[in-house]
Ligand binder design. Structure first.
Ligand code: GUN
Length: 283
């Protein structure tokens, strides 16, 4: 293997240790950071994510409270719960696990959360702050990607960055953060015509599509940095990313594995945002 393996487990542990120090410092001032986690329905993947978030809180010294609601919950009932959590001074962060069942409008849920408690950085006020360089929350997965690149010893400044995928959760915000790090960013998506050619010009590729073999070895420049946000199952049922890891690792300069790359970073950055939320509300 030629490429450096970017170790998301190690880097996320480092960030969680920093978050634990921050949480301890807040507690010393009488502030216990607290995250409310809301899960609607019984989607098994969401249950796993929510449990992992609660476990991370415990490990870092952040209090967490969970609200598990039935899959038949009405939009009105969920919005009422959010209003209660908004008004509760002991709750600093609110996270509603997505996706929500189809009778509930996801956008209304995002708009209902107090921007000061929006630890996902999904609210348009926080998205606007992100775009205009204001202070506050950073979106967890995109900010985790920047940390992975920097903490494994690479700079972004002046680099050609290609983002594949234009979702609100990953593609768009990671493009913005890469630009703020002085990268030159191209955003590609399902209608992009010459993806392979664009990728071949990239120093950094971030793939957030959710499709096996989106990035193959012939699309990668020698020495490029590959960040794989995909979480897919291949034909054999094995967990894998968007990047053809086995072949690309022989050409790339650095690459994230799946699992153990981007995945653990999301929760680590969430812990940081919970501390930020406690600070903002006690500032
Ligand atoms: N569903 C998948 N990823 C996320 C996330 O980062 N935050 C929330 N709230 N829901 C998700």
């Amino acid at each position: 293997m030629k490429a450096q393996l970017i170790d998301g487990k190690r880097i996320s542990a480092e960030i969680k240790a920093e978050a634990a120090e921050e949480a301890a410092a807040l507690k010393a001032k009488g502030i216990t950071p607290c995250l409310a986690v809301v899960l609607v329905g019984d989607d098994s993947a969401s249950q796993v994510y929510v449990n992992n978030k609660k476990k991370a809180c415990e490990a870092v010294g952040i209090r967490s409270v969970s609200h598990v609601l039935s899959g038949e919950t009405t939009e009105e009932a969920l919005l009422e719960l959010i209003a209660k959590l908004n008004a509760d001074k002991d709750i600093h962060g609110i996270l509603v696990q997505m996706p929500v069942p189809k009778q509930i409008d996801e956008r209304k849920v995002i708009l209902a959360i107090d921007p000061k408690k929006d630890v996902d950085c999904f609210h348009p006020v926080n998205v606007g702050n992100l775009h205009t360089g204001g202070e506050g929350f950073l979106p967890c997965t995109p900010a985790g990607i920047i940390e992975l690149i920097k903490r494994s010893g690479h700079s972004i400044e002046g680099k050609q960055c290609v983002v594949i995928g234009r979702s609100n959760i990953v593609g768009k915000p990671v493009a913005m953060l890469l630009m703020q790090e002085n990268g030159t960013v191209t955003i590609c998506h399902s209608k992009t015509r010459n993806l392979a050619e664009i990728c071949r010009g990239a120093d950094i590729i971030v793939s957030a599509v959710g499709k096996v073999n989106t990035v193959t070895a012939d699309m990668v420049k020698e020495g490029a940095i590959l960040i794989d946000v995909g979480m897919n199952r291949n034909e054999a049922g094995k967990l894998c990313g968007d990047v053809d890891f086995e072949n690309v690792k022989e050409i790339a300069g650095a690459i994230t594995p799946v699992p153990g790359g981007v995945g653990p970073m999301t929760i680590a950055m969430l812990m940081k945002n919970c501390n930020t939320a406690a600070k903002i509300q006690n500032g």
